[in-house]
Ligand binder design. Structure first.
Ligand SMILES: [Zn+2]
Length: 113
């Protein structure tokens, strides 16, 4: 399935969407502001970023739309990025918790001290 990433020129919001046919692209609107002035960011199919790339590209200061957080791989990215920026070592415990949060969210709350 061709998944394309767009950046809205009006609000700088980024989103990914499935484009089945070329006509779909013309009717695309930014989920943040409804704008149609969109930039296609990746011209490719099923592009998967490594977490390292995600971290590098992630801007913790910009607003992420809701769909960002429905991708479980993005959970914790904000905290990680901020820690990285501040030079804080979150330790392996954080990684473990994050991994649990991504794979089995319920267990994190059971385990948390
Ligand atoms: Zn927008």
């Amino acid at each position: 399935m061709p998944i394309y990433e767009y950046e809205c020129q009006s609000c700088q919001g980024q989103f990914q969407t499935l484009v089945m046919k070329a006509e779909d692209e013309k009717s695309l609107a930014c989920p943040g502001c409804g704008g149609h002035n969109l930039n296609k960011l990746i011209s490719g199919v099923a592009y998967h970023q490594s977490e390292k790339d995600r971290l590098a590209n992630f801007n913790s200061n910009s607003h992420q739309n809701d769909s960002f957080y429905t991708d479980s791989r993005n959970i914790g990215l904000n905290a990680k990025k901020r820690a990285q920026e501040m030079g804080v070592d979150l330790g392996s415990g954080f990684e473990t918790k994050l991994e649990k949060l991504r794979t089995d969210p319920g267990s994190v709350f059971k385990d948390s001290e």
